[in-house]
Ligand binder design. Structure first.
Ligand SMILES: C[S@@+](CC[C@H](N)C(=O)[O-])C[C@H]1O[C@@H](n2cnc3c(N)ncnc32)[C@H](O)[C@@H]1O
Length: 414
């Protein structure tokens, strides 16, 4: 129907995915920079590519890659942490000013004492004593206090290091996006070095910043918070203004697939960002709408099968596809004729049935005047995506959900 090409050259098995500012902060289901980079190199419209848009920008991989090529970019995400990371990764901070602060940071283990901590109110953090040791909270507060005292110009660089630290020094289990607490035994042995962790992130990120600044290109980057399911403001993106989209949308709702909200809650609560506690309900598919509002042939068979097995799961899938199809309709109006879309999608398995989201994506864009150019199948070589989940929602029952990504490339022809 929409032909797929398996191409191992897209696997980037040995590539360094942490070059430039890509090293700043982990994020669930990050796109490999080499994928965004190669898509821009191969598919950016030849006649003109002034603006790349990412409607689900996450940690801003596409925006960084667009910037490195000197192309203006706009990204949106309704997760405040995603916007914080993307803003930091695309900012050319003054290296001299940052370096001057490092001497101060290195003194923290010696200069710190609990009585120097001004803010000891942690009510914005849910269940703080369940998730943190008291002395850790105080040290984090001390870091926040220090960052608040910095010049506005460089604050964000340090906030991004604190954002990762806040999660890492909590009692959450390593390697999980969801909020699972360590066992009591693990907690007893857990004694993270807050200042050491923060400092090592600063040094790591500084190396990334040096590489990024060395590119000597600084096209415009705009970070937004609109939700493409509902509207795309004309003042930000007039109709037919976008030359190219490079994006990786979620492949299902956050409750049953990747838990963006739970992963981000540490930082979102720490910085007192809005919707920190209920983000997963706001993301695509977060609210249940039972009736399909789209028409599909490409995945009709799979949806019917899921419905016959489990109507609740079917409705969850429909809720996501409703939002996703609305989002595609809105996005399509913003792309100019001859513009290109590159959607990197995952085909998840529900009740043992794989949903070909790549077909659905191509079908929805086709209805909006796009022609399918190709779909590239690549292997996911590292653990950026969970390859196993519990599709039956039975603890311990593991099913293989995804080991491939599908890159759908289409051109607006009408
Ligand atoms: C697969 S991630 C994007 C990862 C990104 N390419 C990167 O490299 O970090 C999908 C993103 O979609 C965002 N998202 C989900 N629903 C959204 C919506 N309705 N509007 C905007 N962003 C949304 C999530 O917050 C998440 O950051």
């Amino acid at each position: 129907m929409y032909d797929r090409i398996v191409d191992p050259s897209w696997n980037f098995k040995t590539a360094n995915t942490k070059e430039f500012t890509h090293c700043y902060h982990t994020y669930p289901a990050m796109m490999i920079p080499q994928v965004a980079r190669t898509l821009i190199e191969l598919y950016a419209p030849q006649d003109q590519c002034n603006l790349i848009f990412d409607p689900y920008m996450g940690s801003g991989t596409s925006l960084v890659e667009a910037s490195l090529k000197g192309i203006n970019s706009i990204g949106t995400d309704i997760n405040p942490l995603a916007r914080l990371i993307s803003q930091a990764k695309t900012t050319h901070f003054d290296i001299q000013k940052i370096t001057e602060e490092i001497a101060e940071i290195q003194l923290f283990p010696f200069s710190y004492s609990e009585d120097k901590v001004k803010n000891t109110d942690f009510t914005r953090v849910s269940n703080p004593d369940f998730w943190y040791a008291q002395d850790i909270l105080l040290k984090l507060s001390f870091l926040s206090q220090y960052i608040d005292s910095l010049e506005d110009e460089i604050k964000l660089f340090f906030q991004i290091a604190l954002s990762e630290t806040v999660r890492e020094v909590s009692y959450t289990r390593n390697g999980e996006f969801k909020r699972f607490r360590m066992t009591e035994k693990q907690i007893k042995q857990f004694n993270p070095d807050v200042f050491g962790i923060f400092e090592s992130k600063i040094f790591r990120n500084l190396e990334g910043l040096k590489q990024y600044n060395a590119s000597n290109l600084s096209p415009k980057v705009q970070i937004c918070d609109f939700n493409t399911v509902y509207e795309i403001p004309d003042v930000v993106l007039p109709n037919e203004s976008v030359d190219m989209i490079v994006t990786s949308p979620p492949y299902g709702d956050s409750h049953t697939t990747v838990a963006y909200g739970q992963f981000s809650r540490w930082a979102n609560e720490w910085f007192n960002f809005p919707n920190a506690k209920n983000l997963d309900n706001l993301l695509m598919g977060g609210k249940k709408k039972a009736e399909p509002i789209y028409e599909t042939e490409s995945i009709a068979k799979e949806l019917k099968e899921i419905q016959s097995i489990d109507n609740t799961r079917f409705q969850e899938v429909v809720s996501f596809l409703n939002d996703y199809s609305c989002s595609i309709k809105n996005i399509a109006t913003k792309i100019r004729k001859g513009g290109i879309i590159c959607y990197v999608v995952g085909n998840r398995t529900v009740k043992g049935i794989q949903i070909p989201l790549d077909f659905f994506t191509a079908e929805m864009f086709e209805k909006q005047g796009f022609s399918h150019l190709k779909t590239i199948v690549r292997e996911i070589p590292n653990k950026r995506m969970p390859s196993k989940n519990s599709p039956t929602n039975v603890t311990g029952a593991k099913g293989c959900t995804m080991s491939n990504e599908y890159i759908v490339v289409m051109k607006k022809t009408k």
